[in-house]
Design a protein around this ligand. Structure first.
Ligand SMILES: [Zn+2]
Length: 161
C-alpha cells in the first residue's frame, strides 16, 4: 500500500470540505470526492441521491463521470480518487471499471453504517451465492442473450474496456 503524503492530506481535505458543503446545501448524504491527476483536481463529485432522485449518484460515481468527461476517456489511469468515505460496493465496482491508480479515503464503511448508511450490509451480500442473497435473483438462461455475446465476441471494430 503506497504511503500517504502531504498532498494526499490536502486533496482528501478538499473531498471532506465538499462533503460538508453539499450536505449543508441539501444535495444528499455527507459524501464528497475529487479526482486528481498530475497534482491538480480535474473533477469533483458529491452525493446527489436525494436531490437528483438518483440512487447511483454517489460522490465517487459523480466524480468519476465528471473526470472521464473532462479527460474525454473512459478510464482514469494516472489519477487518484480522494473520497471522504470508504467506497460502497457500487462505487468500488465503478472505481475498478474506471481504473484510477489509487484511492484515498477518510471515514470507514463501518463508520458509515453507524450513521445509517449500511454499505457494510451490501459488502456482506456480495460474496453470497445469488440464491442466498436478501434480494431475489432469478437466473433465466437465454439463447438470444448468448447470441448477443457471441456477436460481441466476433465484432471486429469493438472498443475493448
Ligand atoms: Zn457508493
Amino acid at each position: 500500500m503506497p504511503a500517504a503524503d502531504a498532498q494526499d492530506i490536502a486533496f482528501l481535505r478538499e473531498a471532506i470540505r465538499l462533503s460538508r458543503k453539499k450536505m449543508d446545501a441539501g444535495q444528499g448524504g455527507p459524501f464528497g470526492a475529487v479526482v486528481v491527476r498530475d497534482g491538480a483536481v480535474i473533477a469533483r463529485g458529491w452525493n446527489q441521491v436525494t436531490s437528483a432522485h438518483d440512487p447511483t449518484a454517489h460522490a465517487e460515481v459523480t466524480a468519476i463521470r465528471a473526470a472521464c468527461q473532462a479527460l474525454g476517456h473512459f478510464e482514469l489511469r494516472g489519477c487518484t480518487l480522494y473520497t471522504s468515505c470508504e467506497p460502497c460496493p457500487m462505487c468500488l465496482g465503478a472505481i475498478y471499471w474506471a481504473r484510477p491508480d489509487r484511492v484515498v479515503y477518510a471515514n470507514t464503511r463501518q463508520e458509515a453504517a453507524a450513521i445509517g448508511f449500511d454499505d457494510d450490509f451490501i459488502y456482506r451480500e456480495v460474496p453470497l451465492p445469488p440464491d442466498a442473497r436478501t434480494l431475489a435473483f432469478v437466473h433465466l438462461p437465454s439463447d438470444e442473450a448468448r447470441a448477443v455475446f457471441k456477436a460481441w465476441d466476433e465484432k471486429p471494430d469493438k472498443i475493448r474496456y
